[in-house]
Design a protein around this ligand. Structure first.
Ligand code: SF4
Ligand SMILES: [Zn+2]
Length: 288
């Protein structure tokens, strides 16, 4: 049997999210891709913080945890080594990026935000800036926060702060079909009720032609409400709710550290490398 050639078809692309259809493969590969996107796609994140002075109301660990969760731009993450694989003994520029933060409050109050983190590498800086910046702590008059933070390359399976995604889901591509012979025999009230039985507006009723059609099959969440209504009115075959084999609708929402397409491409390349290792090891076993 010739190998299958999985395909990706982009449905929607936004700055922070994308929707695509993966086809010609099975659910195990779709799920492997989802898991690699979440847990094995590397990004940069703050991992070490040295406090020089902290007279704010939050203790050091609290602020260090907050700093770790600030998404950092990671499009150039491939230029860094993982610390565990780097030849240095103490966070060199090949495996880490240093940030400085020094804020003193001279007014009544002052917010310390991600804008106050100054990076030593232009490629790695907080994603959210200016109007969109993330608040780290609020200082009162006379309080000071002075620290050095070190960002490292990591993956989500070590700590969730390295996950590049907020949402990564896939579902089977719905296959919704109305039996028009049965539908034609229903009165207007039942047609309208059938169309309205779907909570996510998969069906549309056209008043002029008095017909019900499938308008947005991809909205289907397999709740079966349309089937329940069909059964209630004595027509269990009025609608078919199934899914198309080997077609999966993916939704990927980025934290901002990587663009959604970068997450998908990076995960595909990692998955390919993993499969190549399996293939190589299997070959060695067989040869042996
Ligand atoms: S299964 Fe639920 S979501 Fe899907 S078409 Fe029927 S009513 Fe709508
Ligand atoms: Zn190093």
């Amino acid at each position: 049997m010739p190998p299958r050639q999985p395909q990706i078809e982009i449905v929607e692309m936004k700055k922070d999210s994308m929707t695509f259809i993966l086809s010609k493969t099975d659910a195990s590969i779709a799920n492997a891709l989802r898991r690699v996107m979440i847990a094995e796609t590397p990004t940069m994140s703050i991992d070490l913080v040295e406090f020089e002075n902290n007279t704010s109301v939050l203790h050091d660990e609290f602020i260090a945890h907050r700093l770790g969760l600030i998404p950092l731009t990671s499009s150039r993450v491939e230029k860094f080594n993982f610390t565990r694989e780097c030849s240095c003994t103490d966070n060199c520029e090949n495996c880490s990026v240093r940030f400085n933060l020094h804020v003193t409050c001279t007014d009544d109050t002052k917010q310390v935000t991600s804008d106050d983190l100054f990076s030593t590498d232009a490629d790695v800086r907080p994603v959210h800036r200016e109007d969109d910046s993330i608040v780290i702590v609020k200082l009162a008059k006379g309080q000071e926060l002075k620290l050095t933070a070190i960002a490292k390359k990591g993956v989500g399976k070590e700590h969730a702060k390295w996950q590049p995604t907020c949402i990564t889901t896939f579902q089977y591509d719905p296959d919704i079909r109305i039996n028009q012979n049965i539908m034609d025999r229903l009165d207007e009230e039942k047609k309208v009720k059938f169309a309205n039985s779907c909570p996510v507006k998969v069906f549309a009723y056209d008043k002029d032609t008095r017909t019900v059609s499938v308008e947005a099959a991809s909205n289907c969440v397999y709740c079966q409400e349309c089937k329940f209504y069909s059964n209630d009115i004595g027509h269990p075959d009025l609608v078919h709710v199934g899914y198309k084999p080997e077609r999966y609708i993916f939704t990927v929402e980025s934290s901002g550290s990587l663009e959604p397409q970068e997450i998908v491409l990076s995960a595909l390349s990692i998955l390919k490398t993993k499969l190549a290792h399996v293939h190589e090891n299997l070959k060695n076993e067989v040869d042996f």
